[in-house]
Design a binder for this molecule. Structure first.
Ligand SMILES: Cc1ncc(COP(=O)(O)O)c(C=O)c1O
Length: 383
């Protein structure tokens, strides 16, 4: 039996939401920017949150709960990744986890590699942790993007002590190959560097693509790596504030355990309750429906971009973000500004992802086909 797609909420309901996506622009703008999605919650999440509200279950998050075991079971089912629940700790969100782990592995002033174009907060994450950003841009190949392993090796040789890996990568949607992750782990082992892997988009990898959780790439990856992830992207739970920090060997686990107690106390109770419901087997059918919908939306985006003069993009391997290159369009300057003004479509501005993002925009396609068609019609008219 085929999987039924998930239907996004109608725009009148979406406009009643109070989150950033729906409250940043006037009602004549279609918001396709920040990575929130427009679908109804998975039923198990709605149920558990409604019960918690009815009970007034709004206190502090206890240190141990079913979250770790449920998360580990999800990783095994979805990625064949065996996670030890005892090596999972929680915090408020993925970015907090990245900052605190970096603080645990670098000294002030150490270099930290990032690979732009990349999720803009990575820049501040490094500086907040006391590090210095060491940019090693992704390499553009004829089949997409890949890690510049020579550039990363040079950065490690020159003293960088850690790297923030984004796998799957935001904004390009690249799922890094097992070979490149294994090679990265070898470099980390050789130079004594740490890899902190942000895998928040992993549940949204296309069914046809093989995803390698970094910690499974090799023994060296397990020895030199940390993974930070959350149910917040796939299940739209960003406001509930829970993320997982995962290790797979003794030294990284010791480092996680030595972080200040406050790091775990920042975990949101609603995020834990919703996370348990999201990772439960009961919600797999909802996630499969979402993946079918995103597959359909990727096609709408591919057709829409192909019809725009001077715009190009590669279908992402994962996630619901499209990275659109507008270098050959006639728009001068930042296309997101032009399109907000002339098409009333809000997209992310490419240069915020690093200089490599000049004249690019990022489009969030986790919405209805109607909104996507309307957005492309407005953009085409504006061009
Ligand atoms: C790669 C990546 N990391 C982290 C985040 C934010 O996660 P959180 O809200 O849990 O900090 C996002 C949000 O889009 C993201 O794309």
């Amino acid at each position: 039996m085929g999987v039924t797609p998930l239907i996004a909420l109608p725009i009148e309901q979406l406009r009643r939401r109070s989150s950033t996506k729906w409250r940043s622009y006037a009602d004549d703008v279609l918001p396709l920017f920040v990575a929130e999605s427009d679908f109804p919650l998975a039923p198990a999440i709605t149920r558990v949150l409604a019960e918690a509200v009815a009970l007034g279950d709004t206190g502090y998050t206890p240190p141990r709960h079913a979250y770790q075991e449920t998360f580990a079971a999800f990783c095994e089912r979805r990625f064949g990744w065996q996670v030890d629940p005892a090596q999972v700790r929680t915090t408020g969100d993925v970015v907090m986890g990245l900052v605190e782990i970096l603080r645990g592995v670098i000294a002030p002033g150490d270099g930290v590699v990032i690979t732009p174009p990349v999720y803009p907060p990575f820049y501040d994450t490094v500086t907040e942790a006391g590090g210095i950003v060491r940019s090693v841009p992704l390499q553009v190949t004829n089949v997409g993007w890949s890690l510049d392993l020579d550039g990363i090796e040079l950065a490690f040789q020159q003293g960088a002590k850690a790297m923030l890996l984004c796998n799957p990568h935001n904004p390009t949607g690249t799922v890094h190959s097992r070979e490149s992750l294994t090679a990265l782990a070898s470099l980390a082992a050789q130079y004594g560097a740490w890899i902190v892997s942000d895998e928040i988009h992993a549940p949204l990898v296309r069914p046809s693509i093989d995803f390698t959780p970094f910690l499974t790439a090799s023994d060296e990856a397990a020895a030199r790596g940390f993974t930070v992830t959350s149910a917040s992207k796939a299940y739209n739970l960003a406001g509930l504030k829970t993320a997982s920090m995962v290790t797979a060997s003794r030294e990284p686990a010791r480092i996680l355990a030595s972080l200040p107690m406050e790091v775990e106390w920042r975990t949101g109770l609603f995020g834990v309750l919703a996370g348990i419901a999201a990772y439960a087997e009961e919600s797999d059918a909802w996630l499969d429906s979402l993946l079918v919908t995103l597959e359909q939306n990727r096609q709408i985006v591919a057709d829409g971009v192909a019809a725009l003069p001077g715009a190009e993009h590669r279908v992402p391997d994962a996630g619901y973000l499209a990275w659109i290159n507008m270098q050959r369009s006639t728009i001068e300057g930042d296309p997101s500004k032009y399109l907000l003004h002339h098409a009333k479509v809000a997209l992310n501005s490419g240069p915020t992802f690093g200089p490599e993002g000049e004249r690019h925009v990022r489009m969030n396609f986790a919405t209805s086909p109607e909104i996507l068609h309307e957005a492309f019609a407005r953009i085409a008219a504006a061009l």
